[in-house]
Write a protein that binds this ligand. Structure first.
Ligand code: ATP
Length: 308
């Protein structure tokens, strides 16, 4: 995915509001990029815009970009039909407040199976093959008794289980791009850890991933790079270890400092709340000459040689 100079605004009646200002973002296959920022920074608007879903709730969205490639397609000028086709075939998504997107009266197996059929692009998998793939995706997403869950209506599942069904629907059939807005927020810590591990495996298998999360610990575990949004502008971006362990921008420093302390006691500095979390890409941090954070980066790399 490659976006340059993305501007997104909304018009409602006589009122126009600009939300994203010149956002640029690239995600290579097999790379996970996390977008972080305070509430209202524009993270969800960005994740919806890259899916062609920016307009909602009675507002008209204006979306402009110098470059806008999603899953290998230049989507500038795309109408709703082409967006729907692209999303259905090549892009998996878990959006915030998406639980309502599951039809409570349909079975989970039917919902997830429908996504698989769209991704298969007409290729025949056979009923047994489809059922096995659906159950595997449900199990991968952390649902117990996948065969039983597949036969249940989503309205009969708990909120956390429905979230996992959504994740199964997002990952089934190997999409090229996954867009995940707070995918683990509704899940308890154990299930969330399992889902993050699954996302890591998918990323390692070549899926490009855009992850929106308030949870910097989750970001540290799974993201290769972090993009920091403040009021719709990118104020910092870089390898995860660099941004989370040696944040250069005061806004990022505040975000990192606000992470609740981890289980490990002691420590100091802005990133103490991330202690005990294995941050991806620690070794890949190569600060440019003159970078004020370089000494701390190198010290961090020496004190813990592990990489994820
Ligand atoms: N459809 C819309 N019409 C008008 N303004 C909108 C619309 N959608 C979002 N906004 C505005 O865009 C800004 C960014 O919202 P967004 O939901 O992207 O924030 P966020 O960073 O995802 O916050 P949170 O972490 O709380 O989910 C907010 O000021 C919001 O009011």
């Amino acid at each position: 995915m490659a976006i340059e100079d993305l501007e997104v605004g909304f018009v409602r009646g006589a009122t126009a509001v600009a939300v994203l200002h010149g956002v640029s973002l690239t995600i290579a296959p097999g790379e996970c990029v996390a977008v972080v920022g305070e509430s209202g920074a524009g993270k969800s608007v960005l994740s919806r815009a890259v899916l062609g879903l920016a307009g909602e709730g009675g507002s008209t969205a204006t979306v402009r970009a110098q470059r806008f490639d999603v899953a290998g397609h230049d989507v500038r000028g795309y109408g709703q039909r082409r967006w729907r086709r692209l999303r259905g075939s090549r892009v998996g998504l878990v959006l915030q407040d998406a639980l309502g997107s599951l039809d409570p009266l349909r079975t989970v197996g039917a919902e997830v199976g429908e996504t698989l059929a769209a991704r298969a692009g007409g290729a025949r998998t056979g009923r047994a093959g489809r059922r096995a793939a659906v159950e595997q995706a449900l199990a991968d997403a952390g649902l117990d008794l996948p065969a039983v869950r597949a036969a249940q209506r989503s309205g009969d599942l708990s909120g956390g289980m429905r979230q996992r069904a959504l994740i199964a629907s997002a990952i089934i059939g190997s999409p090229d791009l996954l867009v995940l807005d707070e995918p683990t927020t509704a899940l308890d810590a154990t299930v969330a850890a399992g889902v993050l591990a699954l996302l890591g495996r998918l990323r390692d298998g070549g899926t490009a991933m855009l992850l929106v999360s308030h949870d910097l610990r989750a970001v540290a575990r799974v993201a290769d790079r972090v993009v920091v949004l403040e009021n719709g502008r990118v104020v910092e971006e870089g390898p995860t270890a660099q941004v989370l362990q040696a944040p250069a921008h005061p806004y990022t420093q505040r975000l990192v400092a606000a992470v609740p302390r981890g289980a490990k006691p002691g420590g100091g500095g802005a990133a103490e709340g991330l202690q005990g979390v294995r941050v991806r890409g620690r070794r890949r941090c190569s600060p440019p000459p003159g970078c004020a954070a370089a000494t701390r980066c190198r010290a961090a790399a020496r004190s813990s040689p592990s990489t994820t």
